[in-house]
Design a protein around this ligand. Sequence first.
Ligand SMILES: [Zn+2]
Length: 239
Amino acid sequence: MPGPTPADNHARQSGSLHSTISPAMEDYLKAIYRLQQGDDRVTTLALAAELGLSSPSVTNMVKRLAELSLVEHSRYYGVRLTDAGTKIALEVIRHHRLLELYLADAMGYDWDKVHEEAERLEHHVSREFESRMDELLGHPQYDPHGDPIPTRQGKMPRASWQPLSDQRPGTKVVLRRVSDRDSDHLRFLSEIGLAPGTDLEVVTCEPDDGDCRIRTETGAHTIPGELASCMQVERIRKS
Ligand SMILES: [Zn+2]
């Protein structure tokens, strides 16, 4: 029998969720989950780019995850999460999103600051802590960026929202979701008074660069195309 690996030791010291699964492994599972949403076939190259790591180290980790039956890996299909891998990915995502909301609502963090903090803390949340956050927040469905919070049973709620950049002139929409990745974008949105739940009207979205002119309660604003394409909106139905 080989002795404990550095990952096992790290997991033990950090009090990670699953004794043999390190925070780094959890980050891999999360990244594969995210990439699988966009493309069925997740290559180690795409995974390396997503994690900002070299291909050889990603290949090594994928091998270890496959040994633990958390992923399947074939040359043709690339990397895919098994049911066990998906379960852990969703659990970590649930922690991340509950933590973001807890930091924002209970601790007064600005929404452009919560992601970094949640990235660190998500690996160290016990079942009890998770339950208490969930309870205190009133069993929320969305985090401060509008990302759905997976249920405790590991179901990811689905929403059929559309990118702001795809909207026609004159469309009235509610902003539902923004990406939590870019703090500058989040600060910009706060400055112009936009958050999930805000109503806005599309004046025009340029087909070439995707820049959108919008009107809100606070006035007229231009949203750069790069940001508009990762803002998801829901059309307001006329009653
Ligand atoms: Zn986040």
